[in-house]
Write a protein that binds this ligand. Structure first.
Ligand SMILES: [Zn+2]
Ligand SMILES: [Zn+2]
Length: 362
């Protein structure tokens, strides 16, 4: 099968990280399904992988953890998935189900957590395998291209929003305005219609995009927002936006960092954190780690119910390096990028005729 692979921890020259390869499709095991990938979303975490900030369990690795496709094969012990079902695979690929965190519904914190496209091969390929219990039926209201970014950008955005404990009417801040933030903004407007949303973004294009989607205010990283915020969600790879935003947090406010890794380029900014104005008065900083299956399901359902859709840019699988390079450059990407692996969903369902829907028999 066709795949784009990362052969070593640091993929080397920017834009040349991934190598096209023809590799064997994944092997089917008893608890797994194999899906024929239609599209796979591109996430900033993929950039952390190819630039070596995040280590995979094995190389060569097939990245990609926002996968939508149709089930091509079902393991012998799988009961609730069938060939032809349209499903998604997200970042969470395995959790033990027995540890203190799993028992408390915090499987995202499980010490045995395994991630798709990092500990297991992902969706930058024609086929991907995953435990059936870690797949999600895609609601019919969502097309595959637009469903893909919901699986991580959306799900982690949803988790971040929950972790803010925002109440309706509380001002919410967003630092950065990429794939995840533009979905958080839409979610927040539905769930907290009286909460003004202030967006801090470096590029004028992102600020204009934020206003189009309903931000009450959009400014540069160092601009002063109209009012203090009860919560802020940071989706940037840098430190400066946090340092700048903290003094605008209300007493008792919370800043949630939605990033698996921060780049070290501007670490010096951290020395500018001023305790009395940035942290005193019980302001807090909290990270968001991974996602639970419930986060993914709830995001998919919310998107279907509230007609929340990412703005997407679709590129062919073979352009994965270009997609990552654009993300790295902070290029004018509106919303999320997805890689098209096979033809759009709906067309290839007929490749998997089953006894109940076999039109070809007529
Ligand atoms: Zn991701
Ligand atoms: Zn566990």
């Amino acid at each position: 099968m066709r795949a784009m692979r990362l052969t070593q921890p640091d993929g080397g020259r920017p834009g040349e990280w991934l190598t096209p390869a023809n590799v064997d499709p994944p092997q089917l095991t008893d608890d797994d399904v194999i899906i024929r990938v239609s599209v796979c979303g591109v996430c900033r975490t993929d950039l952390d992988l190819v630039e070596g900030r995040l280590r995979a369990s094995h190389y060569p690795l097939i990245p990609g953890h926002q996968i939508v496709g149709d089930i091509a094969a079902v393991g012998s012990l799988v009961r609730d998935r069938r060939e032809g079902d349209r499903v998604g695979i997200a970042w969470i690929n395995h959790a033990c189900g027995e540890c203190r965190w799993c028992r408390r519904g915090e499987e995202n914190l499980c010490p045995y957590f395994r991630a798709t496209g990092c500990d297991a091969d992902g969706g930058y390929a024609e086929y991907a395998a995953a435990p059936a219990a870690f797949t999600y039926a895609i609601p019919p209201a969502l097309d595959s291209d637009h469903a893909a970014p919901l699986l991580c950008a959306g799900a982690i955005g949803w988790r971040s929003l929950r972790l803010t404990e925002l109440r309706d009417g509380d001002p919410l801040g967003l630092t950065g305005f990429g794939a995840s933030a533009h979905l958080v903004l839409q979610l927040a407007r539905h769930r907290h219609p009286n909460s003004p949303i202030y967006v801090f973004a470096r590029s004028a294009g992102e600020r204009a995009f934020a206003r189009e989607l309903g931000a009450a205010w959009a400014g540069d990283t160092t601009d002063r927002p109209p009012a203090p915020m009860a919560a802020i969600i940071d989706t940037t790879p840098a430190w400066k936006p946090i340092v700048e935003a903290l003094p605008h947090l209300m007493p008792g406010g919370r800043l949630v960092i939605n990033a698996i890794r921060k780049t070290n380029a501007d670490r010096d900014e951290l020395a500018r954190i001023d305790y009395p104005t940035s942290l005193w008065m019980e302001r807090e900083i909290k990270s968001v780690a991974n996602v639970t299956r419930a986060d993914v399901r709830e995001m998919l359902d919310a998107a279907a119910d509230m007609s929340i859709a990412p703005t997407i840019d679709v590129l062919p699988l073979e352009n994965a390096n270009e997609a990552l390079a654009r993300l790295r450059a902070g290029a004018a990407i509106r919303g999320a990028t997805v890689l098209r692996v096979a033809e759009p969903s709906g067309r290839h369902v007929r490749d998997f005729p089953d006894k109940n829907t076999s039109n070809s028999a007529r």
